[in-house]
Structure formats: structure tokens, C-alpha cells
Design a protein around this ligand. Structure first.
Ligand SMILES: Cc1cc2nc3c(=O)[nH]c(=O)nc-3n(C[C@H](O)[C@H](O)[C@H](O)COP(=O)(O)OP(=O)(O)OC[C@H]3O[C@@H](n4cnc5c(N)ncnc54)[C@H](O)[C@@H]3O)c2cc1C
Length: 419
């Protein structure tokens, strides 16, 4: 095995970024300890990496800084029954994020995001396939593509998506209403057309996959400590101190992979990073997963359904409201009603879940060393695509820690863009 100079690494967060980074580091022979306030193998572990829609979406290069929705955002925010919602008690706290978001609402920024999302998304499936060769994925992963459906009402947006993806060489197959119904005959035909991304996969149980990766990490010698981390400090250049409520832990390097909660730690490092959260929801319809064969997303409604082991998971909406506000019943009702619109045969739902997408105003993640210390490395802000990007982020960050050369242009993911 190649010898790496780094003596030890502490990772804060056992979401999909943290466990994939841990696995890649331990495979390089670098001693690693992952910290999380919840044990990933327990039933209490329910972060974004647990409750997401399970899409592995290497095609999803366009984000919400897209020019076609600029004039729709205020209308969507004011509507209480749409895919976008606002917790009004959070408006003043959201302001720095929102102003920076508005600055990124132009074609140049949209195409910059698409280009650099594409750079890492195009490597994402291969990075997972490498991990899948080492874990048991029976009944956990399916490769049947992902379908998006829409009505003719907002064709302009669909044309934009299709063009940007075509220009980047992303494979997509447009479908007529009849072709969609051939693939998914149980759907209520309230849409006009759609697209399938045939190379996309989906998780039948994101938490199940995360647990398998985490168990492999432990088997290879990785350590885990269940602690809430208060701060990271640097005393000497090759010494980072991870401070929990009870103890100080010393590592040569530390990685912040704490999803939407990462700002609590980066603020204490003196970097003002405008990380915020897009809150999203899911519910399950037990024993109804047989109704569709693959994920189906209804773009007009900003929601989707994924067949999973826990049942049919209906997922979606974006709610701007921070990390403290409680779950909104209105958002849950919105998702339940959308699901029943596409599949009227659905009955009662269970498992109402609220999760936090970690989102930066330009919709690119932060991957790379912190501004003030190259031994404190950031890996957060993967917004709607963090599940897809887990394995490739693991490879990139382990390369940064091990000081390996890369052909990737990592500068667009640096936190310095906000300083
Ligand atoms: C509704 C919804 C649907 C989604 N669907 C998809 C999808 O289909 N495909 C896709 O690619 N992405 C999807 N995403 C996005 C994706 O789930 C996230 O981007 C991704 O899970 C983030 O992973 P993470 O490891 O960065 O953070 P998390 O999964 O949030 O993990 C962070 C971990 O850090 C721990 N932590 C935080 N602070 C501390 C601390 N101070 N001390 C100790 N531990 C700490 C937390 O306990 C947590 O376990 C979806 C998200 C949501 C909410």
C-alpha cells in the first residue's frame, strides 16, 4: 500500500459525505475517526442522507439559480400551496443567503454552476459502482432510470433544461405521454410528456446503503465516536483539535462534513460562509411501492415518488425556514395530495419526515481546504444532489487530505469564493 504522510484525520458528520470520505481515507491506510451526534446504525439516525428521494442523478446539472424561474419565485413564495414555501419568522435570518442567491440569478452563473456540477456529477455513478463492488447491495439499489413528467404549461423551462443538458453531452430520452404510460401504467395521465434518464439509478433504502458503507469503513479499521462537536481549533499547523461537549481530540487534519449544520463550525473558524438550508419532506405509503417501477418526478408540482423498501416514498418541496422551525403540516399535506393526484389508489400515509438540504447561494458545494488552515477541510453544501455526490466527494476529499494531484479543477468549489 502507498504510504501517505497524514497521520490522523477526524471527520465531523456521518452522513453520506462523512462515511464516503472516511472509507476512502481508511482505504489509503490513513487512521480516521468519524464523529456524529447520532449512531448511523441506530434508528434515531435520520439526517438528509436518511430521508432523501434516493435518486442517483448524474444528469441534474441545472439548479435553482436558473433564469427561467426568476419571475416565478415571489409568486411561488406567496402561494401557500405550491412547491416553494417560506417560514416568515425566518425572513431576516435568510436575507444574506437570499441576496447572494439573487446575485447568482443570471445566465452566466447558471451555466457556471451547470458546468462545475457536471464535472463532479459525471463521475458520481462510477464512484458508487466502485463502492458497490465491496458491499452487499441486494435489494438496495435499482438501475431502471428516472422519469420526469410535466404538463405543457411551462414548456419553456423544460426546453431550457433539455438544451443545457444536450450542450453538456448528457444522455436523455424524451417520452410522449403514451410512452410514459407504457413504462408506468398505474400513473394517472394528468401530464403531457416527459423524459427518462436511463443511466440513473435509485436507492430502495438510502439509510440501508449508508449503513453498509459505514460497516465496511468500520471493518477496515475506521473509528466512530458518538459525540456532539462544539468546535474545531488549530493550535499548530499540523494539529487540529476537535472539541466535543466532554473532550478534546487531536488530529493532524479535520474534515467538516456536517451537512446543513456545518455553518455552526465554520462560523467559529472565522469564515462567514452563507450556508443555509432548503427544507424538504417525505412520507411513506406502506406496501404501495409496486405501483411504480422507478422514481417519477412531477415537475409542475416539484415533488416525486420513489419505490422503496419502506413503501412508496413521496418526497419534495423546498421550504426556506432554517434549522429550528418545526415540521409544517401544510407541506406534508401538499406532498400527500400531489402523490394522490398521480396515483389516486393511494390510501393513508405514515412516517412524516423533515430534512435539511445544505445549500449555498450559487448551488455549488464547498469541497476543499478552509480559508485559514489547509488542514481543516470542508465537504458540505451539496444541496439537492448530496446523495448522488457522496461517493465522488469521498474520492475528491481523500485525495485533498493525502495531497494527491488531480486533473479536476477544484477552484470553483473553494470557500474562498464567498470571502
Ligand atoms: C427531501 C430531500 C430529498 C432529497 N433527495 C435527494 C436525491 O434524490 N438525490 C440526491 O442526490 N440528493 C437528495 N437530497 C439531498 C441529500 O440528501 C443531501 O444533500 C445529503 O444527504 C447531504 O449529506 P451530508 O452528509 O452532507 O449531510 P447529512 O446527511 O445532513 O449528514 C450530516 C451529519 O452530520 C451530523 N452533525 C452535524 N453537526 C454535527 C456536530 N456539530 N457534531 C456531530 N455531528 C454533527 C448530523 O447528525 C448528520 O448525521 C435530498 C434532500 C432532501 C431533504
Amino acid at each position: 500500500m502507498e504510504k501517505y504522510k497524514c497521520k490522523s484525520v477526524g471527520i465531523i458528520g456521518a452522513g453520506i459525505q462523512g462515511v464516503c470520505i472516511g472509507l476512502q481515507l481508511i482505504k489509503k491506510g490513513i487512521p480516521v475517526t468519524i464523529f456524529d451526534r447520532q449512531d448511523p446504525l441506530s434508528l434515531e439516525f435520520k439526517p438528509a442522507s436518511y430521508g432523501n428521494a434516493g435518486h442517483f442523478s448524474p444528469y441534474a446539472v441545472l439548479q435553482f439559480n436558473r433564469t427561467d424561474i426568476l419571475y416565478d419565485v415571489p409568486k411561488m413564495l406567496l402561494s401557500s400551496n405550491g412547491p416553494l414555501a417560506m417560514k416568515w419568522n425566518y425572513v431576516s435570518k435568510l436575507l444574506p443567503w437570499f441576496l447572494s442567491y439573487l446575485k447568482n440569478f443570471n445566465e452566466k452563473s447558471m451555466l457556471h454552476t451547470a458546468k462545475y456540477m457536471h464535472q463532479i456529477l459525471s463521475l458520481s455513478n462510477d464512484a458508487y459502482e466502485e463502492i458497490f463492488r465491496e458491499i452487499d447491495t441486494t435489494n438496495l439499489v435499482e438501475k431502471k432510470g428516472i422519469i420526469y413528467v410535466w404538463t405543457n404549461k411551462n414548456l419553456k423551462s423544460r426546453e431550457l433544461e433539455i438544451k443545457v443538458r444536450k450542450d453538456l453531452g448528457i444522455k436523455q430520452k424524451l417520452l410522449s405521454k403514451e410512452e410514459i404510460l407504457e413504462l408506468e401504467p398505474n400513473l394517472n395521465p394528468i401530464f403531457d410528456a416527459g423524459v427518462i434518464y436511463e443511466s440513473a439509478m435509485h436507492a430502495r433504502d438510502p439509510h440501508g446503503i449508508l449503513k453498509e458503507i459505514f460497516k465496511l469503513y468500520l471493518k477496515k479499521g475506521g473509528k466512530f465516536i458518538q459525540e456532539n462537536i462544539e468546535s474545531i481549533e488549530q493550535h499548530k499547523l499540523d494539529q487540529t483539535i476537535v472539541k466535543s461537549d466532554n473532550e478534546d481530540y487531536v488530529f493532524e487534519k479535520s474534515v467538516i462534513a456536517s451537512g446543513a449544520f456545518s455553518k455552526n463550525l465554520t462560523d467559529k473558524l472565522g469564515e462567514n460562509i452563507p450556508l443555509d438550508t432548503e427544507r424538504g419532506y417525505h412520507v411513506h405509503f406502506e406496501n404501495m411501492d409496486h405501483l411504480i417501477s422507478r422514481p417519477v418526478i412531477f415537475l409542475d408540482r416539484g415533488f416525486g415518488m420513489t419505490p422503496m423498501n419502506q413503501g412508496l416514498r413521496a418526497v419534495g418541496t423546498v421550504e426556506l425556514g432554517g434549522l429550528e422551525n418545526p415540521l409544517s403540516k401544510k407541506r406534508i399535506n401538499y406532498i400527500v395530495n400531489c402523490a394522490k393526484e398521480l396515483l389516486p389508489q393511494l390510501g393513508e400515509h405514515k412516517d412524516e419526515w423533515l430534512g435539511f438540504r445544505p445549500t449555498l447561494p450559487d448551488f455549488l458545494p464547498i469541497i476543499g481546504p478552509s480559508r485559514n488552515n489547509k488542514n481543516i477541510i470542508y465537504a458540505f453544501g451539496h444541496h439537492h444532489l448530496g446523495w448522488t455526490l457522496g461517493a465522488v466527494t469521498g474520492k475528491i476529499v481523500s485525495g485533498i487530505v493525502a495531497e494527491e494531484k488531480t486533473n479536476l479543477d477544484l477552484s470553483p468549489y473553494s470557500s474562498k469564493r464567498f470571502n
